[in-house]
Design a binder for this molecule. Sequence first.
Ligand code: ATP
Ligand code: MG
Length: 140
Amino acid sequence: MAIERTFSIIKPDATRRNLTGKVNAVLEGAGLRVVAQKRILMTQAQAEAFYGVHRERGFFRDLVTFMTSGPVVVQVLEGENAVARNREVMGATDPSKAAPGTIRAQFAENIEANSVHGSDSAENAATEIAFFFSGIEIVG
Ligand code: ATP
Ligand code: MG
């Protein structure tokens, strides 16, 4: 499997509890390398655009409010099969259904405040990386 990149967010519930390092330790333990990272406060427009596919879902407004409620850490992760590997180590969206040892099982508060985002395909990863990072900010 070729080296691949994926996009990750450490969400406001995790930054609020000072868990950035602990989340990164799990990512690194899974063979993923942080090749770009910055802490930002997402604007409402950014959160709405980023989660645009969920616009019609009942939880959309709450999700935008949550994602703009505090700092997030946006990241590019690199590794073998990085998209799938990251989804695996994140665990299920609902932490009560997440496998033991996953980030969400260990750290998430609930189905919304679930500590991390990870791209769900290589194509979406490329779009999401380009949304937050310029080429010179990513050093593999
Ligand atoms: P992400 O896209 O953040 O990596 P995911 O792919 O596991 O998570 P999605 O279905 O894409 O889950 O939902 C995006 C985000 O919306 C979830 O991570 C969570 O924060 C929120 N969300 C999803 N389902 C619900 C729900 N039923 N109630 C409240 N919030 C939800
Ligand atoms: Mg998703």
